[in-house]
Design a protein around this ligand. Structure first.
Ligand code: ADP
Ligand code: MG
Length: 884
């Protein structure tokens, strides 16, 4: 490990040296660019593009392009890129991760590679962590791009008062509203926003658009272009912390479960270590004991859920056991106001890293329902997944990917192994002078928080601004109460997702003299804390006075109230202080009751403390203990890395399937010749049927009645071609005869419908069949994954088992698609007037509210009976397909 790190730092130095020479070249161009008129500067873009056409590479153009951006930035927003910012820009252009400390100006850095890469006109994306930044960044940087003639747009999640969640920077447009940050951003359709040279947006919106694009039934409905180049801001957050939550487009499943409520009542009746055991480290139910099984069976029988037999041999036992585990998980590991909050009758996940509420996200595999049942709120219907992708896999699809963040180094190995992304540490513009004091370790939480409050009280009195980080909402509320009792005015920032703007505001003021701000980890990430507060909205002299006062006091002091599981998150918090050469300080307070200490480093630290004979309120500051805690963190980081790697490996299986299916789908939309394809599918199906019922050459064991029956489900057979007639023929001839018949029939249909219509029919039948079965496939794969997870005790590597089973499942999918198409294509008729009904998937793909629009489809028009053929074209009965 250390050897490896040593290598990393060496190569970093080398890397920086190389960058330095490019930076010098850019600097040498500066006088020349300074002399250009605004028009001449603007004309540079066309000049660069012409040279690209003539064969220059982006790398060759880089020094001049960067010089142009620097000059444009200086002229428009009055910020001239520092040399280290140029370095960061080069790294991003090279498709690597630039580690640049918080406050170093990464927003400005990104303009360099975004402009350079926009010259190829294939689209560049910048992914932000939240919608506030997705709007703020293009608003800040827009004038730079405009000066260079480059278009820039923003996409962000829909809000109640904004129907078209995309805007394009257009200085000619004017909303006419004073103080409107969007004054010159024209609302545009998503497609137009993606058509811009540069598009800023939240990572999930990029991902969702990708999924929706793969659910449309006509190419004109696609909004994205092929994924060319993306820069991911706060890349560690998006690719490491967020990576664990997949994006899902779903619609409610018809069946709701009363079972969840039943099990939510059973779980509290069971006793830990008697009925079941837990693994605290891995946060899972380890085992349900024999006693536990007995007790559960008894209750289930009493409630009439289990009719007879035991939990093992019952038909539904897998489901029941799954429910039971979920209910116990919900009881043991998911605590209200820590992992989730209950708001307006809904269970909302709290982002464990930022403390933000993650609206719309749900725990998968029934855990969310189990928590809802535990909290006695309405258990949401289970839903069917129409499309899903993890953030990781989405970003892995870009031709080139760059990332930036203040904290990447501790996770460099993961970036390298999973994303093949190299981390380069860019030095700060001014030397960092923040002082990080050693941790203070207390015996328990209470003593710790008492000390924190004492410290804050003191600092506040002296006029220091203090930022206090907590790991959970609960902790921030508790601390807030304690501060209130002491009469210390303060702001609390936690889980305020609708109001990033307000959050940004509080953070911006956190640098004022005496300001006390309590924030869950990293809330308000991406927003600057300026010493003296945000100059905006203050008289200059007033701000200067405050600024000087805070400087004299030693800048912002950061208090950490608990070590987070990852050192990276601690560093994020610390990094809020000491920006751009500002003075600052930080200290973490720790207690032996803290999660990370208990779970991973507990015994060593505790042993040490006992040895040191610690009293209640006396902290210790000791390097040995600090090291033990850091080791614990490294252990946890390693553990989570493995978990994520594992997830990626599992995800890769479905990811391959998705690539193949979406690839085929795309070909369909782009107008591939389907007729030949469909006819060869028909031929293959007929071959299959003949091989089944007329296997031998000379009539032994033939079953001509079944053969005729099966073929008739594909296409009508003329009366002359009956079982008796066919049994006189050789298998080869039967095959040929039937195929010929199918082809003739096809031509006939094409004449009836007209060739153009036939092409439409072919495409729709294919799309609907694929879409319907793909949804089933996703569900099947999901179940398989759960099943294999439960089997993990066997000797077989569950991943290998999953891959093998996944392969088979995919083969089944392909076969089912062929079967579905073949069995539908001859039965389709066109009804005039009504446009072809889009498949349920296409409906679910409607950007606004997938769920609502799907519902609408069911109510509208003729009601579909449970036994009718499913309208999705799968060829199955509705109740076995989408109507489940
Ligand atoms: P980061 O994303 O790296 O944390 P930001 O992009 O939020 O940093 O920028 C932090 C602050 O630094 C902003 O107020 C920004 O205007 C300022 N800044 C960045 N680069 C420059 C520059 N070259 N000249 C002047 N101010 C700059
Ligand atoms: Mg930033």
């Amino acid at each position: 490990m250390f050897k490896w790190l040593g290598g990393l730092v060496d190569s970093n130095e080398k890397e920086l040296k190389q960058l330095q020479s490019v930076v010098e070249r850019i600097n040498s161009l500066e006088p020349e660019f300074e002399k250009l008129s605004d028009d001449e500067l603007l004309a540079k873009t066309d000049d660069f593009k012409a040279r690209l056409e003539a064969g220059s590479s982006l790398d060759e153009l880089l020094p001049e392009a960067f010089a142009a951006v620097r000059e444009a930035a200086r002229r428009t927003i009055g910020q001239r890129h520092f040399d280290v910012q140029l370095m960061g820009g080069i790294i991003l252009h090279q498709g690597k991760i630039a580690e640049m400390k918080t406050g170093e100006g990464k927003t400005l850095v990104a303009t360099l590679p975004l402009y350079l890469n926009s010259l190829t006109a294939q689209g560049c994306h910048l992914a932000t962590v939240n919608d506030y930044l997705a709007r703020r960044d293009p608003y800040w940087m827009g004038p730079i791009y405009h000066a260079l003639g480059v278009s820039v747009a923003s996409i962000y999640p829909q809000t109640p008062d904004e129907r078209s969640p995309a805007r394009l920077y257009d200085p000619d447009y004017d909303s006419g509203k004073e103080n409107d940050r969007w004054r010159h951003f024209r609302p545009v359709p998503r497609r137009e926003a993606y058509g811009a040279d540069i598009t800023y947006g939240t990572s999930s919106e990029f991902g969702f658009d990708y999924l929706r694009d793969n659910m449309v039934i006509d190419l004109s409905q696609c909004v994205q272009r092929p994924l060319n180049y993306a820069i991911v801001d706060e890349v560690d957050y998006l690719l490491i912390d967020e990576a664990r939550t997949p994006l899902i487009i779903s619609a409610p499943d018809v069946e709701a479960g009363e079972r969840y409520q039943k099990f939510a009542r059973i779980a509290p009746a069971l006793k830990k270590d008697v009925d079941y055991t837990i693994d605290e480290k891995e946060r899972r139910i380890k085992e349900i004991t024999d006693t536990g099984f007995g007790n559960v069976e008894r209750i289930l029988k009493r409630e009439g859920i289990l009719k007879s037999g035991s939990l093992y041999d019952n038909e539904a036992s897998a489901v029941l056991l799954h429910n039971l585990r979920n209910a116990l998980n919900a009881k043991e590991f998911y605590k209200r106001d820590k992992e989730y909050v209950v708001k307006d009758g809904q269970v909302i996940i709290v982002d464990e890293f930022t403390g933000r509420l993650m609206f719309g996200r749900r725990y998968s595999e029934g855990l969310h329902q189990a928590i809802e049942a535990k909290e006695r709120v309405k258990v949401q219907q289970e839903s069917r997944t129409y499309a899903t992708i993890t953030i990781q896999n989405y970003f892995r699809m870009y031709q080139k990917l760059g990332g930036m963040t203040g904290t990447a180094l501790t996770e460099a190995e993961e970036f390298h192994k999973i994303y093949k992304l190299e981390v380069v540490i860019i030095p700060t513009h001014k030397p960092m002078v923040r002082e990080d004091f050693p941790d203070q370790i207390y015996k328990d939480e209470e003593a710790k928080f008492k000390a924190v409050v004492r410290e804050v009280e003191q600092l506040h009195k002296e006029g220091h601004p203090v930022l206090i980080g907590t790991v959970s909402i609960e902790a921030s509320e508790n601390l807030s109460n304690k501060l209130t009792k002491k009469g210390i005015p303060h702001h609390v920032l936690n889980a305020n997702p609708d109001r990033h703007e307000k959050e940004a505001d509080i953070v911006a003021r956190a640098g004022q003299p005496g300001a006390v701000t309590v924030a869950t980890n990293m809330a308000g990430r991406g927003v600057d804390i300026i010493l003296g507060g945000n100059p905006e909205g203050q008289a200059e002299a007033e701000w200067q006075e405050k600024h000087d006062k805070v400087l004299a006091l030693g800048g912002l002091h950061v208090v950490g109230t608990e070590r987070h599981e990852a050192r990276r998150i601690d560093n994020q918090l610390r990094g809020r202080s000491g920006r751009q050469g500002d003075p600052g300080s930080s200290r973490f307070y720790i207690s032996l009751g803290d999660d990370v200490v208990r779970r991973f480093g507990g015994d060593r630290v505790k042993g040490f403390m006992e040895w040191a004979g610690m009293g209640e309120d006396t902290p210790i500051e000791n390097n040995l203990v600090n090291r033990a805690i850091e080791n614990a963190q490294v252990k946890v980081e390693g553990y989570y890395f493995d978990v994520r790697k594992h997830l990626v490996e599992y995800d890769d299986v479905v990811n391959k399937h998705r690539e193949l299916i979406y690839g085929e789908r795309r070909k369909l939309l782009e107008g591939a010749d389907l007729k030949a394809n469909i006819l060869s599918m028909v031929k293959e199906e007929i071959q299959g049927i003949v091989a089944t019922y007329a296997a031998s050459e000379y009539g032994d064991g033939w079953d001509m009645d079944s053969l005729v029956g099966e073929v008739s489900t594909i296409l009508p057979l003329p009366p002359a071609l009956n079982a008796a007639a066919l049994s006189q023929m050789r298998p080869k001839d039967i095959e040929e005869k039937l195929t010929e018949l199918a082809e003739t029939f096809y031509e006939q249909r094409e004449k009836e419908l007209g060739s153009d219509n036939m092409r439409v029919v072919e495409r729709l039948v294919m799309l609907r069949t694929i879409d319907g079965l793909w949804v089933e496939h996703l569900t099947a794969m999901e179940h398989m994954r759960q099943g294999i997870g439960l089997m993990a005790v066997g000797q077989r590597d569950p991943l290998v088992a999953y891959k093998t089973a996944g392969h088979d499942q995919f083969q089944n999918l392909l076969a089912a698609i062929q079967q579905g198409v073949v069995h539908t294509i001859f039965h389709v008729s066109l009804v005039k007037k009504e446009a072809p009904a889009p498949s349920p998937m296409a409906k679910a793909a409607a950007p606004a509210q997938p769920q609502a629009s799907l519902k609408k489809q069911k109510v509208k028009g003729k009601k579909i009976g449970r036994n009718d053929p499913c309208p999705c074209g799968s060829g199955k009965k509705y109740k076995h397909c989408c109507g489940r």
